[in-house]
Every structure is written in structure tokens, then in C-alpha cells.
Design a protein around this ligand. Sequence first.
Ligand code: HEC
Length: 212
Amino acid sequence: VSDLVNHRDGKDTSRMQTLAKSLLLLATTLLLCAIPQSKPSTHASQFTNDGKLKAPEDYRTWIYLSTGFDMSYTAGARKPEHHMFDNVFVPQESYAVFLKTGTWPEGTMLALEGREGKSKGSINHDGNFQSTEVMGFEVHVKDSKRFANGWAFFRFSGEGKPGVMIPTTADCYSCHGQHAAVDTTFVQFYPTLLPIAKIKGTLSANYKKETE
Ligand code: HEC
């Protein structure tokens, strides 16, 4: 009898070991799957608990879309005291999706960085170059679950601090909604993207009407 028991014990132990091994394997697999989720890519928007947008600190490594120079959207507006450049960046992943589809995936952020135009410096004679100080930083975020209009603007003040959402009553939303070429973004001014939007047929009805 004791032989029988021992025999069965041995079987149970080896079964237990197999079970433990499978569980360990399962746990490792789950852990490996979970790592990229618990540490999400910095290239999709991330929010604080109180709805602020975490500063995308690596935006300077994103794809460069364009620089607007002294752009002004109202006829006869007062001449500003200094020149302004605004540089636009988008994460690599979003750019790749745009190339394929002609529009932006969920989580897309477009960063607008303002810098002053300087003329005096080093060997420069004519023309302008960009200041080292950033004069303004805003991000346009696509998140249809979070925002009623699908997108929202965030303004940043101070390095590293999270961005505060601009209220939807601001003119940012109406101008972008009424005049932007693709999905409330000003693709008509992003030279590598406008041809793609044309091919993919994603230009907004308003933009098409304006350019007829
Ligand atoms: C009267 C029209 C108008 C208004 C108002 C406006 N924008 Fe824009 N916005 C533009 C244009 C045009 C561009 C393209 C700039 C370029 O080509 O450099 C742009 C680009 C941007 C971008 C780059 C991403 C994109 O969506 O194309 C951001 C971010 C942005 N604006 C934020 C804002 C914020 C924040 C406000 C409000 C405080 C605002 N804008 C108000 C016309 C407007």
C-alpha cells in the first residue's frame, strides 16, 4: 500500500511541477505583454488624472511637417513687433498612418512650437533665424473617446508641466474646424502631406469649397 501511495505521490509531484512550470511560463508571457502597456509609447497622447496632457518631451525627435513664417489669418492685421516662426511636428507612427490613409489615427498629437525670428547674430546679414527660446507651445490631440469634437487643443506654460486644455469655445476650434484641410488639421500648409490627402480623397468639404 505504501508503495502505491509513494507512487501516486511521485506522480502528483511531477504533475505539480509541470503545472508550476506552465504557470511560470504564463506569468512571464503576461508580464512581457504587459510591459509595453504599462510603459506606453511616448508617441501617443497621455493624460494626467485631472485631464491635463503630459508634456511630449521628445517632440523634437518627431517628424517635422513645416514652419510657418509670420503667418497671419486676418487681413490688415497689425504688423507684429518681431518675426515669428511656428514649427509643426507629429510622431513618426501617426505620420506613417497618414501616408497610408490620408488621415490621423487616434492618439495623434500635433505640436506647434513658436520661436521668434532673429536677424542680428553671427554672420547673418539678411533674413531671419529662429531664437533658442521657445515662445509658445501648443498641442492638438485626437481622442474621440475623450473629446466631443474628436480633437482638443492644449497649451503648455513652463518646461515639463502638463498642458491645460483650451475651452472648446475658443476660436482655435472654429478656425481649425472651418478652414483646415484634413480632420481639423492644416494639412494644406504641410507640403509632404497635402499631395497624400489629395490622392486618398480625405480633404474636408470646407477646404474643397474654399479652393474651388
Ligand atoms: C484663424 C485661424 C486659426 C486660429 C484662430 C487658430 N489657428 Fe491653429 N493653425 C492655423 C493655421 C493656418 C495653422 C498652420 C500653421 C503652419 O502652417 O505653420 C495652424 C496650426 C496649428 C497647430 C498645428 C497642428 C494643426 O492642427 O495643424 C496647432 C497645434 C494649432 N494651430 C493650435 C492652435 C491653438 C491652440 C489655437 C487657439 C489658441 C489656434 N491654433 C487658433 C490657423 C488657426
